[in-house]
Unconditional design. Structure first.
Lengths: 598, 339
């Protein structure tokens, strides 16, 4: 399993997987905070859900290819989880990923699963009958087999190809029973087999090589065939996407439609939410929260908790100092992380970080054994002196063997928070005799530089994966082992963890591996931080957590008395009750026709 | 004239090819890679290599250039790496980014010349008056205003503050005339509006971006217009017109304006490229789905085919704008020869 496996872990998970997008998202979180947004939460006293209304969502970017096969992060990953059902439905419960069957989630195709085979290396799913695609065709085991064949086909070049790497074969025993044969027993078998399913009868003719040019991607309105609660009713490229209910999905979504508007500029997004022109606004930076919340604002904040950690990475071969774990520890001790959080007003949205596992993991985050480094400049100086880094010439910069403790701290441009953090860190390091030069480069180039190990020290962030497996971050051969860390002991523990059949047996080994890595401090872990979404109080039934923001879209609702729209000319207005039947979208018309037939 | 036009258009072809060739090699040589957006710990290097192969990025640069050139000559712009769509589909049509940008720039262009010329005429006719001084100050203010800052101020005043005032004073219906949406091309629910409602909705959405895009250039046109008018109204034929007893309105608008327009009208073609470059910021701030945003996204994502296609469109517009200027100049002033 991969550390950033989040992409496959569900909707918003995949979104976060694309790192450039991730960095851009992270960049969007400027982060100066006030109080954590905890206005009154109407969800707790929703009342009885009422049908109808239009919810307006504001996103940073447009969709590109919202298919589980080809999605590459961003909005696509959120959308495909709304559009397509999987055998099971992933969710985050009590600090653990869980995989729900149809008795627990209408988004699951299977009502039962079981391990089979002598060594439990196979999973048999029994699918409920009566589930139909939005064109009326039944969803069958053949669709599942077809989907996994496409994922594994190199001609498709699916970004999620590795997620199915441990699957040996997938076979349909009959129309509603499918068996996954794995190469070995491992904890994430349910995850690997729970990927959303695509319709065979739609894509079979295109073949693996031609699937990217299929009309359902180039012109999805009227061509895309889905199984989830909503389908794409209209798309104005770069401007808006209208989701309309898939009338074959049960239960019927409560909203008449969801309009996703694309607003790239952060200030404009804030104006839209203050104008009551949007119900659900993503990409809000911490510093924008205080101006939005307050008595009578009619807004609340929802968060995807602690899905990122910000770091300073030290490339071990780039400077002699970085090859010494004690020096890296001293550099970390010289940074006042709580002070940075306070100075940039990020309290409430961040937590000082101690290692690769975020506090959202009940079984992997161990605050008793992995503690953040103390801010201790005297201690940092002592360590540096002891390791031979002394300021012999009195110029304020320590040297050893004629080499000054001077390096470049690289970060990506366009992220105000990182620009601030890098300057604060520069000043704090200066106090212990470390001279860091700051450099900002474009995100695309930054990412190429860090994965190509073309940097000395780098300030960036990683997404917290919703999987225990962090091997790809620390494997000596992996481009994501950006620091060049080669901890044999930790690596051996990871290998042992990988060989375990269950999470219960693997988790202690993962914890031990993380602890061993943290001892060596290849990174200075700065803080874990949230992703913030501002929601209007009229929008009810919304559930946002570490798993994602759109995970229960079909349950969103707006009280009938508040469905009338907004106070802005540019805002949301709903068609009159029943006007959904007049929707101009081809899909809607098609659905209605099919509904009539039923 | 026809021969002149054909010669100019033919002469532009090597120019465009040269521009595009330079852009092709610069964008390919620049650091960064289109597959960088896929690179994350979920995706193994093997899959990335497969993607590079599928996109043709593993071929030598001269082969990539030859392939691009051959497709380009046949009118095939290729497939956007970023938007995952055929580029022709992204650019063309009533929902295409090109038409979206053209709508914005054309409205801005009309505003630039209408406002700029009116202000310039008033200033020239009332030279050294209080009105002339005030308008000069205002024109210089807008001329020196960065467009992104001005755009944000427009949103703040005419969207946010106007909306807040309307909420605080429900009886002030007239405020609705000064309240505009902050982003987008149409409102949610546009498809349910009457024809008149749709027209009004479109106008409301395009107004602020067009003002943000055009106001600085309008101020520039006003300065040109003032100078040009002043030059004309002091000439003998204007004195003669007044001596004939013609009304001041006829003198100014019939005799003076026609002649003063000659240098102004040539600006029409020259402003087109300026507007396109200005649209990059304005489209981002107002969430306008136009070519400016598409170009920026394409460059940031190293979406080479999209960069090439949009560069071609802009380069072609610059060439056409210049041609338009020359032609208009010849049309309005018979003394100019095209031979």
């Amino acid at each position: 399993m991969h550390p950033m496996r989040t992409s496959t872990r569900g909707p918003a998970l995949l979104r976060t997987a694309a790192l450039p997008a991730l960095l851009a998202l992270a960049a969007a979180c400027g982060d100066r905070r006030p109080a954590p947004g905890t206005a009154a939460r109407p969800d707790s006293a929703d009342g009885t859900p009422e049908p109808g209304g239009t919810a307006v969502v504001v996103e940073l970017g447009d969709m590109e290819m919202p298919s589980p096969l080809l999605a590459q992060g961003g909005l696509d990953s959120d959308l495909f989880d709304v559009l397509y059902m999987g055998l099971t439905r992933g969710a985050w419960r009590d600090g653990r990923p869980v995989y729900l069957t149809s008795s627990e989630s209408p988004m699951a195709l299977a009502y039962h699963w079981e391990y089979v085979g002598a060594d439990s290396t196979a999973l048999r799913y029994r699918m409920r009958r009566g589930v139909r695609w939005s064109d009326g065709q039944p969803v069958t085991a053949a669709d599942v087999v077809f989907t996994y064949a496409l994922f594994a086909d190199p001609r498709v070049a699916s970004p999620r190809q590795d997620d199915v790497a441990q699957i040996d074969s997938v076979r349909a025993e009959n129309d509603s029973t499918v068996v996954f044969y794995f190469k070995r027993r491992y904890p994430d078998m349910l995850f690997a087999s729970g990927i959303p399913v695509v319709p065979r009868h739609v894509y079979e003719a295109a073949g693996p090589g031609g699937i990217r040019g299929h009309p359902s991607f180039t012109d999805p309105v009227g061509h895309v065939v889905v199984s989830g609660p909503f389908t794409i009713g209209a798309w104005s490229r770069g401007s808006s996407i209208t989701l309309v209910p898939n009338l074959y999905f049960s239960p019927k979504p409560r909203l008449d439609r969801v309009v996703i508007r694309v607003v790239p500029e952060a200030t404009t997004r804030v104006v839209e939410v203050r104008n009551r022109a949007a119900d659900f606004v993503r990409g809000i930076s911490f510093d924008q929260v205080p101006q939005l919340l307050g008595p009578g604002s009619g807004l609340r904040v929802e968060r995807e908790h602690k899905r990122f950690w910000e770091y300073i990475a030290y490339q071990e071969s780039a400077h002699p100092a970085f090859a010494d774990p004690q020096v890296r520890r001293a550099l970390g001790m010289a940074i006042d992380v709580p002070g940075i959080i306070r100075a940039l007003r990020m309290e409430g949205f961040t937590q000082q970080a101690a290692g690769p596992y975020s506090p959202i993991f009940r079984d992997l985050f161990d605050s008793t054994r992995m503690k953040p480094l103390p801010y201790d400049t005297a201690g940092a100086k002592r360590i540096l002196e002891a390791r031979g880094w002394r300021d012999a010439d009195g110029d304020g910069v320590r040297e050893k063997d004629g080499q000054p403790l001077r390096f470049t701290l690289l970060t990506n441009s366009g992220n105000a928070r990182r620009a601030d953090v890098s300057q604060i860190v520069q000043q704090q390091w200066k106090k212990v005799g470390v001279d860091a030069r700051l450099q900002q480069i474009e995100t695309n180039v930054f990412f190429g530089n860090i994965t190509g190990k073309k940097f000395e020290a780098a300030l960036g962030s990683w997404q917290v994966p919703l999987s225990a497996d962090i091997t790809i971050m620390w494997s000596p051969q992996s481009p994501f082992n950006i620091t060049g860390y080669d901890g044999q002991e930790g690596w051996a523990l990871m290998q042992q963890a990988l060989a375990q059949p269950t999470a219960a047996k693997a988790d202690p080994l993962w914890r031990a591996a993380a602890e061993r890595i943290v001892q060596d401090q290849p990174y200075t872990w700065l803080y874990y931080y949230d992703q913030v979404t501002v929601v209007r109080d009229r929008l009810r039934g919304v559930r946002v957590d570490s798993y994602g923001a759109y995970q229960n879209l079909w349950e969103w609702w707006i009280p009938r008395s508040l469905q009338g729209g907004t106070g802005s000319a540019g805002g949301a207005s709903s068609p009159a009750p029943g006007a959904g039947a007049r929707d101009t979208s081809r899909n809607q018309a098609q659905n209605q026709k099919q509904n009539g037939k039923r | 004239m026809i021969g002149y036009l054909i010669r100019r258009v033919l002469g532009a072809i090597p120019l465009l090819l040269g521009i595009l060739t330079i852009i092709f090699f610069i964008i390919h040589i620049a650091p960064g890679d289109p597959t960088a957006r896929f690179v994350n710990p979920n995706v193994s290097p093997r899959v990335i290599e497969q993607m590079r192969h599928n996109l043709g990025l593993d071929q030598p640069l001269h082969i990539q250039y030859a392939k691009w050139l051959w497709n380009f000559i046949r009118g095939d712009f290729g497939y956007s790496f970023g938007m995952q769509q055929p580029i022709g589909q992204i650019l063309k049509g009533w929902n295409g980014v090109l038409w979206n940008t053209l709508q914005l720039t054309l409205v801005a262009l009309v505003m630039i010349f209408v406002v700029g010329m009116l202000v310039g005429i008033v200033q020239a006719v009332r030279q050294y008056s209080v009105a002339d001084n005030v308008l000069s100050f205002v024109a210089l203010f807008f001329y020196s205003m960065p467009s992104f800052w001005f755009a944000l101020m427009l949103i703040l005043l005419f969207s946010l503050k106007a909306n807040q005032l309307m909420a605080a004073h429900p009886g002030w219906h007239w405020l609705g005339w000064f309240q505009f949406p902050a982003s987008g091309m149409t409102s949610v629910g546009y498809e349910y509006m009457s024809f008149g409602g749709k027209v009004a909705d479109r106008f409301k959405h395009i107004f602020l971006p067009a003002v943000a895009l055009g106001i600085g250039n309008a101020a520039g046109v006003a300065r040109y217009m003032r100078g040009s008018m002043l030059e004309v109204i002091h000439q003998d034929f204007i004195r003669t017109a007044r001596a004939k007893g013609l009304s001041e309105r006829t003198v100014i608008f019939k005799h003076a304006l026609r002649n003063a327009l000659i240098p102004i009208i040539t600006l029409l073609g020259l402003y087109l490229p300026f507007l396109l470059s200005g649209a990059v910021l304005v489209e981002t701030i107002f969430g306008w789905p136009g070519m400016g945003r598409a170009i920026v996204d394409a460059i940031l994502q190293r979406d080479y085919p999209m960069v090439m296609a949009t560069s071609f469109v802009i380069a072609a517009m610059v060439v056409l704008g210049n041609l338009l200027s020359d032609v208009l100049y010849a049309v309005v002033d018979p003394r100019i020869r095209t031979e």
